[in-house]
Design a protein around this ligand. Structure first.
Ligand code: UDX
Ligand code: UDX
Length: 448
């Protein structure tokens, strides 16, 4: 099948960069990204410095592709109708109510997407799950497409995205693998081939892996669970290091030099954040429970529990340093994004650490090079629940430039590993560094 028009529903951190790269690498295909939020579409069409997603290298790709075959539009129905291939890249947060609340994935946006596709499709379509979904979601999507559609044929593929934020463009250019799951029927395999042909424009054939739909769906959840497990494993050892006098960075290096283990994803931290790890593991835990595999569910749940323990432990360490009460203490919070090189702060450990410091009475001065003041207060409003009832504005200030930071506050908590924070001259202050060393030992107290 010759694909001439691709439509992607969802112009977020996954849909935006992925479609920009597909458009760049496939100049013969028109790629249109649609989104239910017209403001976002406007921003994608606006100045390159203000795209909704910050990713190194993204603006350059968008600049080139937007001149040619990359479009951002709020015409959802028209673009669905026109496309032969439709990607679904809407968000799939953890359910907050109903059965599986707090664990299962909330599929309402995916279902809304499937309904739109059914309603507006007047010719056969290949529908691709790009969002991370519980295994066997394709079945549900198929039901919606068949029962609500007007008799046209749909093939559903799973093509999970493995990009990591902050390195998205690089990851898309040189993916470790592209995974495509499809039905074993003849039409299923034709659809798989159509998608293989697209990636083959820049990804070597041996890196394009085809499987059945269920393996592909589950591989994404399992990959994220394994990665997060490494972080929780090393973080669990960081607490033991602090008691025994072992050094976690030395330990991590020594372990990682065993090539069977490897050095990546072994950096101890204040805990992992981001929109995927927690959500996907909870989703995996829920799936295991659903299928009656209690022990397996408990095993993976422990990865989340260690992560919560680590975030809490870090904040408690600061509170303990000041004798259990932070009333009147000024603490600089360096970094709000869940990792460096992104403006995304979903599930960022900084949100949780700051909340605990705030509750203990601290006056917080927050700075992140890419996360805006509005986003920071939006996060506080969304995540903090009842603890935000205090006098927020008198206790929290957000600084918009590194030059305005007061590094002689009582303590500095480094919560995102931005390069710019490494060269700051910390004054008479205690530095708590979330990465590697959960204490002030890396910076001598009173340095400067
Ligand atoms: C999301 C999920 O978090 C991830 O698990 C999945 O793999 C891909 O989708 P992300 O791109 O980071 O990742 O989400 P987000 O930046 O929130 O973007 C989703 C976009 O979909 C938003 O712009 C939202 O407005 C849009 N959307 C959502 C729709 O267009 N229609 C809907 O019905 C719901
Ligand atoms: C992750 C997966 O890496 C990616 O393949 C998938 O598509 C989406 O989820 P992402 O969440 O964007 O990507 O970033 P990642 O680089 O995995 O970092 C996640 C969190 O783990 C961050 O908070 C990061 O600081 C933390 N981390 C990472 C550590 O604490 N230690 C490490 O050694 C590595």
């Amino acid at each position: 099948m010759q694909v001439k028009n691709i439509c992607c529903i969802g112009a977020g951190y996954v849909g935006g960069p992925t479609m920009a790269v597909i458009a760049l690498k496939c100049p013969h295909i028109n790629v249109t990204v649609v989104d239910a939020n017209p403001e976002k579409i406007k921003a994608w069409n606006g100045p390159l410095e203000q795209l909704p997603v910050y990713e190194p290298g993204l603006a350059e790709v968008v600049k080139e592709a937007r001149r040619r075959n990359l479009f951002f539009s709020d015409d959802i129905s028209g673009n669905i109708e026109k496309a032969e291939m439709i990607f679904m890249a809407v968000n799939t947060p953890t359910k907050t109510e109903g059965e599986g609340a707090g664990m299962a994935a909330d599929l309402r946006y995916i279902e809304a997407c499937a309904l739109d596709i059914a309603k507006y499709s007047k010719s056969d379509k290949i529908v691709i799950e790009k969002s991370t979904l519980p295994v066997r979601t394709a079945e549900k999507i198929k039901e919606i497409l068949i029962s609500e559609g007007s008799g046209v044929h749909f093939e559903i593929l799973s093509n999970p995205e493995f990009l990591a934020e902050g390195t998205a463009i690089q990851d898309l250019f040189k993916s470790d693998r592209v995974l495509i799951g499809g039905d074993e029927t003849e039409s299923g395999q034709n659809a798989v081939q159509a998608l293989v042909d697209i990636y083959a424009n820049w990804i070597p054939k041996e890196k394009i892996l085809t499987t059945n739909v269920w393996s592909s769906e589950l591989a994404k959840l399992a990959s994220n669970a394994m990665l997060a497990q490494r972080i929780s494993s090393i973080n669990s050892l960081s607490s033991l290091c602090e008691i025994t006098g072992a050094n976690i960075e030395e330990l991590s290096k020594a372990i990682g030099m065993d090539h069977r283990i490897g050095p990546k994803f072994l950096k101890a931290s204040v805990g992992f954040g981001g929109s995927c790890f927690q959500k996907d593991i909870l989703n995996l835990v829920y799936l295991c429970k659903y299928y009656g595999l209690e022990e397996v569910a408990d095993y993976w749940h422990q990865v989340i529990k260690i992560n919560d323990y680590q975030k809490n432990r870090f904040a408690q360490k600061i509170i303990d340093h000041f004798g259990g009460d932070l009333t009147g203490k000024k603490i600089t919070v360096l970094g709000w994004a869940f990792k460096e090189n992104t403006n995304d702060s979903r599930e960022s450990p900084a949100i949780y650490v700051a909340e605990k410091l705030f509750k203990a009475g601290a006056i917080l001065e927050i700075y992140d090079p890419m996360v805006s003041k509005e986003s920071i207060f939006r996060n506080i409003d969304f995540y903090w629940g009842s603890s935000k009832k205090g006098d927020l504005k008198s206790q929290i200030s957000v600084i918009d430039s590194v030059s305005k930071l007061d590094l002689s506050n009582d303590a500095v908590a480094i919560l995102t590993q931005w390069e710019a924070f490494k060269s700051l001259d910390y004054l008479k202050t205690v530095v708590f560094d979330g990465r590697g060393v959960l204490s002030s030992s890396r910076y001598s107290i009173g340095r400067g």
